[in-house]
Design a protein around this ligand. Structure first.
Ligand code: SAM
Length: 255
């Protein structure tokens, strides 16, 4: 979905809606989170945003004095962020690519993966990601993430029925038929929402993966000898902002 040339453009616009939570969190929440990180971790440092989208978090952190790096699959989002960077004379460095395959810059104080992305990548790739994290974070550096918990994944079990669209819509620029279906894998705590999109251009399949994660199963990826996992009430540090269905973690590299 993030690489489809048509859909990826729509996703950028979804990210930029300041009051919606379709592509990223509402802007007030982004402000609260980034302000808290700066207060907690200092006014300067190096941050890598994995799955940075159009650079909403990097922009805030760059304005607050941090040196930012970002990687995202969505070329349209990256191109938007590069324009923003240039137009606002910011100095973050952002490129398109798969963060599992790309080399990451070394010496980071902070790595962030915001809005559920950790739960969308396959378990084996998560192990690879943690190895890369160890190489990129300074000792004492932090990895911040939020993940879907059971409450959130349960809300994704219901899906609408098939529908047709006579003109352009989210899934396609042409008239199309959408066949949605949920695949549940309870033994793996995994759910897939699959959308089959049929148009005169052919059939496309889009899979949205939701893995239930909690403190206990994160220990499978972050060994206690190398990492300290601290649950946070919310990435803004404020329990009053904590959303049902989401769990937030600050993982510190010990050695
Ligand atoms: C839910 S969005 C969150 C975007 C951003 N973190 C934010 O909150 O504004 C997930 C992002 O991760 C990106 N993404 C997912 N898997 C990726 C991968 N393997 N490599 C690079 N980017 C990836 C997607 O393109 C998308 O922009």
């Amino acid at each position: 979905m993030w690489t489809d040339p048509y859909i990826r453009e729509h996703i950028v616009y979804a990210h930029l809606e300041p009051d919606d939570d379709d592509g990223t969190k509402p802007y007030a929440q982004v402000l609260a989170e980034t302000a808290f990180w700066v207060k907690r971790f200092g006014a300067q440092g190096k941050v890598l945003d994995l799955g940075c989208g159009p650079g909403i978090y990097l922009r805030e952190l760059a304005q607050k004095g941090w040196q930012g790096y970002g990687i995202d699959l969505n070329e349209s989002a990256v191109s938007y962020a590069q324009d923003l960077n240039r137009d606002e004379c910011l100095s973050f460095d952002i490129r398109s690519g798969d963060f599992l395959a790309e080399a990451w810059p070394p010496g980071m104080d902070l790595v962030i993966m915001v809005y559920g992305t950790f739960g969308t990548i396959p378990p084996k790739s998560r192990q690879h990601l943690v190895q890369k994290l160890k190489n990129t974070l300074k000792p004492g550096g932090r990895f911040l993430m939020d993940v879907f918990n059971q409450e959130y994944v349960d809300t994704q079990r219901e899906i609408g029925s098939w529908f047709t669209q006579e003109e352009e819509g989210f899934w396609s620029p042409e008239p199309h038929l959408v066949l949605p279906r949920v695949w549940d894998y309870p033994d793996l705590d995994l759910l897939c929402r699959r959308y089959l999109v049929l148009s005169s251009g052919g059939v496309k399949s889009f899979n949205l993966w939701y893995q239930t994660l909690n403190h206990k199963n994160l220990l499978e990826y972050f060994s206690p000898t190398d990492w300290e996992i601290n649950p946070w009430p919310d990435l803004s540090g404020e329990s009053s902002r904590s959303l049902p269905g989401w769990s937030s973690f600050c993982v510190r590299r010990i050695s």
